[in-house]
Design a protein around this ligand. Sequence first.
Ligand SMILES: Cc1ncc(C[n+]2csc(CCOP(=O)(O)OP(=O)(O)O)c2C)c(N)n1
Length: 250
Amino acid sequence: MQKVFAKPEALIDTTFHFCPGCHHGTVHRLICEAIDHYQVREKTIGIPGVGCGVFLYDYIHIDVCEAPHGRAPAVATGFKRVLPQNVIFTYQGDGDLGAIGMSEVVHTANRGENITVIFVNNNVYGMTGGQMAPTTLLGQQTTTSPYGRDFQTDGYPIRMAEMLATLEGVAFACRVSLHTAAHVKKARKAVFKAFDMQLKNMGFSFVEFLSACPTNWGMNPQQSVERMEEEMMPYYPLGTFKERTAPDYL
Ligand SMILES: Cc1ncc(C[n+]2csc(CCOP(=O)(O)OP(=O)(O)O)c2C)c(N)n1
């Protein structure tokens, strides 16, 4: 019999703590598939920020160093500079990366650090109970925007992948989604590309995942994936916004 499905070796055989319909588990799996594919398990170091992805060490068979809220790109910079032969990635939510950690990610990208940033955009602060994030859509109700996000008081949702793509130091910036199996396959390719580029010393790579947070959106998983298609995707277009084809020192 031909085996067509197997758990990635890098993925620890345990049960995720994530809520039903949450996409963090899918992102974990895709990272593990890339680690297995490039056979870099022994030399990969993951740096989660603070949020629902913080328990990375419980799920992936790699070295993990937790960073203070938002500081993962700065911690990753330190690791990469001391251990340039290692594969270093951060794992951050939109509160972590786009609010308290905005400065770290912008300057790390601008310096062109040869790391990979995995960015899980679920439109809210998930772990702390669904507060408004920089990526919360206009009109979206959250615990801190009960009447819906209003640009006059809260500004506009930030498109991180497009913004970072404007920086010279960025080698790869893309946005993918996880709301259908076909989109997960494309997301997988993006993670592979980001790891590949880091292994080729191309510079800073950034993968933004549109993801669901059914618990804090007050929806069931099916409604959540419909919301991703109908509300998130029109504001957050999918695609590759920058892809360098050679290291910038060539
Ligand atoms: C310095 C600091 N401020 C605030 C917090 C509280 N806190 C923990 S998780 C979190 C939000 C995380 O949201 P996000 O980054 O969007 O990740 P998600 O949980 O949605 O995956 C906050 C504000 C903290 N741990 N440390």
